[in-house]
Design a protein around this ligand. Structure first.
Ligand code: CO
Length: 135
């Protein structure tokens, strides 16, 4: 399966404080910001060539990002691999008995379709697979 590193998601407590480091101190360019009500997060992308960092701030204490920060503190939350055929990737994983968070693709940002693999299957890393018709 061919895949490209789409982005690395970083859970942050405070987006402004995170930008004071990533944008102002480190000097990275700032890309799109996006409210994702379904995930109860605000996302700020920082493009890095073919890939990007995604800073994620919870907008509600029930969000997965809030719970992750509660358990582990801020830090790397997930990595996202872009694939050409998400359904085929999921079928392949299911066939091998890999534990999935999402059995089926669901809508992601910007018209993409996404599915998460359970971290227990991936050496503790939460992996998001993404199929983006625009790329
Ligand atoms: Co992400």
């Amino acid at each position: 399966m061919k895949a490209t590193l789409d982005h690395i998601g970083i859970a942050v407590r405070d987006l402004d404080a995170a930008l004071a480091f990533y944008r102002d101190a480190l000097g990275l360019d700032v890309g799109e910001a996006e409210d994702v009500p379904s995930e109860r997060v605000r996302a700020q992308f920082l493009p890095l060539g073919e890939t990007a960092l995604e800073l994620l701030e919870a907008t509600d204490e029930g969000s997965a990002i809030a719970r992750s920060i509660e358990r582990r503190g801020p830090g790397i939350h997930h990595i996202t691999l872009r694939v050409a055929d998400l359904a085929a990737a999921l079928a392949r994983l299911r066939e091998r008995g890999v534990r999935l968070v999402d059995e089926r693709p669901r809508p992601g940002a910007g018209g993409s379709r996404v599915a998460f693999i359970h971290p227990s299957a991936a050496q503790g890393v939460l992996i998001e697979l993404k199929e983006d018709p625009g790329r």
